[in-house]
Structures are given as structure tokens and as C-alpha cells.
Design a protein around this ligand. Structure first.
Ligand code: FAD
Length: 324
């Protein structure tokens, strides 16, 4: 009997999230190295609808566990823990989203297993699988072997996207009722995210600033550089938006916008995977960073090791001279 791998299918009221397919895609990557059977698991309101959508698109069998509670990490740990005790999967794979990061470590603890986040690749060594993840803000790759099972894995967002699905037939969907239980937490309120049209989507040139910008007054440097290009916009990394220096609509990253402009200028951005995976589709990347080891340089076409506060005014001056 082959081992089982659970793929946890994140969804919003029945609409599968991109991370659901990324979780299945990581499972299929694991199947290239080990013999196993994939079972999708959808939890929450609309689970059955999500299960049908994913089983049709990917061909995997899916268990749908409907609950009346909107997302809650305690509910996820309870339902997934219950199903894992019944099916004994060797691995439980989920997307490395805010939700995945929220419930996965606790689920591993509950099941007496291990948790590996930020998985970017799979390697087979001797008898067990090893998982590649970034460490040191993307400067190094580590190969991690889990010491206990089940192993809960979080797929690094963006890494396992883009798979073409050609199932020979749709998978089966099984609906289950999980016993009610006493909850210690409940959702009090759900606040919708700031909405509105971001100018990042249509921009051909994005000047993105990170914590290296130092202070909000220095944003003017990025704005001056951006105005030299048609269809341009200024964006920021998460710390810049968390500090309130730019609106969240301007944040590039897994918890912000995914962008693919013709030119991406990254100034004072270290290149953490949560940022890079959302801009890696850019046509040409120019990075300015005073640390020659900055991980952003690994995904850059032009690497400028300079203090951005000194360099950007010189660049603006040179570009102005050329255009006049
Ligand atoms: P830092 O990592 O602090 O880097 C600052 C860089 O500026 C350094 O490389 C430094 O060498 C350089 N620098 C400093 N001074 C200068 C100077 N004068 N001139 C030139 N260079 C200079 N991050 C995102 O961006 N977007 C996301 O959507 C996102 N989502 C996340 C989701 C989760 C679940 C988690 C855990 C993290 C997320 N993060 C996200 C955070 C991410 O891990 C990094 O912490 C963040 O991207 C770092 O931002 P930064 O590069 O601006 O800052």
C-alpha cells in the first residue's frame, strides 16, 4: 500500500486559491521521487465546491469536510488532525500562505510530526525525502530532512505554480462530517482588506523601495526616478507598507501584489523569497543595494552595489541629461 500525501486545498467559499494548486503541484513533484498517493482535503464553508473544482482540474481524489466556521486555525488543526489520524498520511502539504503559516506548525505538533516551511524543491537521499528551503533571507539554500512523521510541508508561494494539468479523468469527491468539539477561539470579526485600483498592475516600470530607503522623506527619490518613465509606479516591500510609508495597495509580495513589469528597479530591498516570488516575472530587474551579498542580486540583470541615497539622484541626473 503506497504512502498517502494530503494536499490541503485552500479556498475562499468554494473558490480554490492558487495555493491549492501549488500544494497539489508540490505533491506531484514528490511523486517523482517516491511512490505515494495524493488525497486532497478541503475544509470550511464551500469545501465540497472547492473539492469538485480541484478534483476536476487535477484528477486527484478529494475529501471535503464542510464546516460552518469561516477560516480559523483551531478548526483547521482539529479537522486535519482528525482526518490525519484516520488516514495516517506520511506528508501533509499546504500552501505557504498566511493561513498555512498560521495552522501548519500547530498541526505538526498536534500529530507529533515535523513542519518544514518555504519548500522550494524536493530531493531524495537514501530512503527519505529532503526538502530545499531558503535560509538567511535567501542567501543560502538548506536541505532539510524531517525527523518525525507526519511531515507538514508548506510550499513556497509561486515556486510550484504554472503546472499544466491534463488529468485522464476527474478525481472522486468524498464528503465527511467531522465530530463537533469545544473550541477555545472564535472569529469575532473579519475586516476586508483595503480595496481600490492599484496602479501597479498596468505599470511598465516599477520603482520598488525597501527598508533600505531609511526614512519616508527618501521616497521622493523613488518618485523622481519613476516620473522619468511613462506608465511607471512606485511600490514597496512589506516593511515599507507596514510602516505606513506607502499604502498596502503598493506592496509587492505574497501578501501584496504580484507584478510583472518590463522594468523592475529594486532599491534597498534584500530579496526575501516572499518579495521575490511576486516580482520574478519582471522583464528586466535592476537592483540597488549596499550589501554585495544581497539575495535580490540573484534575480537581477543589473546589480548596483551602492548607497541608494547617493546613487538615485545621480541616476536621475544622468537620465535627465540623456533625455534633454
Ligand atoms: P530588509 O530585509 O531589511 O532589507 C533592506 C535592504 O536594504 C538590505 O538588503 C540592506 O542591505 C539594504 N540597504 C540598507 N540601506 C541601504 C542603502 N542606504 N542603500 C542601498 N541599500 C540599502 N515582504 C514583502 O516585501 N512582501 C510581502 O508580501 C511579504 N509577505 C510576507 C508574508 C509572510 C508570511 C512573511 C513571513 C513575510 C513576508 N514578507 C513580505 C517579509 C519578508 O520576509 C521580508 O522581511 C521583507 O521582504 C524584507 O523587506 P526589505 O527587503 O525591504 O527589508
Amino acid at each position: 500500500m503506497p504512502e498517502q500525501i494530503f494536499a490541503v486545498l485552500e479556498h475562499a467559499d468554494g473558490a480554490p486559491a492558487a495555493s491549492a494548486y501549488e500544494a497539489v503541484s508540490l505533491c506531484l513533484t514528490m511523486l517523482e521521487k517516491t511512490e505515494a498517493m495524493i488525497i486532497g482535503v478541503a475544509v470550511g464553508p464551500g469545501a465540497e465546491q472547492a473539492a469538485h473544482a480541484v478534483s476536476t482540474k487535477t484528477g486527484i481524489d478529494v475529501i471535503a469536510a464542510s464546516t460552518d466556521s469561516p477560516y480559523n486555525s483551531e478548526v483547521m488543526r482539529h479537522v486535519l488532525g482528525h482526518l490525519a489520524q484516520m488516514h495516517k498520511p506520511a506528508y501533509i502539504v499546504a500552501g505557504g500562505t498566511s493561513q498555512g503559516m498560521d495552522y501548519a506548525p500547530g498541526l505538526a505538533v498536534r500529530l507529533g510530526g515535523s513542519c518544514v516551511s518555504g519548500v522550494r524543491g524536493v530531493e531524495k537521499s537514501e530512503k527519505c525525502l529532503g526538502f530545499v528551503r531558503e535560509v538567511q533571507a535567501g542567501k543560502l539554500h538548506a536541505l532539510v530532512m524531517a525527523a518525525s512523521r507526519p511531515t507538514v510541508l508548506l510550499a513556497q508561494p509561486g515556486v510550484f505554480s504554472g503546472r499544466q494539468w491534463h488529468p485522464s479523468s476527474p478525481g472522486k469527491v468524498e464528503t465527511v462530517d467531522i465530530d463537533p468539539y469545544m473550541r477555545r477561539t472564535r472569529n469575532v470579526d473579519v475586516q476586508p482588506r483595503e480595496t481600490g485600483k492599484s496602479d501597479l498592475n498596468g505599470a511598465e516600470v516599477i520603482v520598488a523601495v525597501g527598508r533600505g530607503i531609511g526614512k519616508p522623506e527618501n521616497l521622493e527619490l523613488a518618485e523622481k526616478l519613476a516620473t522619468l518613465f511613462n506608465r511607471s509606479a512606485v511600490a514597496g516591500s512589506r516593511p515599507v507598507c507596514d510602516s505606513g510609508w506607502l499604502a498596502y495597495l503598493k506592496q509587492v509580495g505574497i501578501t501584496g501584489q504580484t507584478v510583472a513589469p518590463k522594468l523592475y528597479i529594486a532599491a534597498g530591498i534584500s530579496g526575501a523569497s516572499q518579495h521575490v516570488s511576486a516580482m520574478a516575472g519582471s522583464g528586466f530587474v535592476v537592483s540597488i543595494n549596499n550589501d554585495p551579498q544581497a539575495a535580490i542580486f540573484n534575480v537581477s540583470d543589473v546589480c548596483i552595489v551602492e548607497d541608494l541615497v547617493k546613487f538615485i539622484p545621480l541616476l536621475v541626473k544622468s537620465l535627465n541629461t540623456i533625455s534633454n
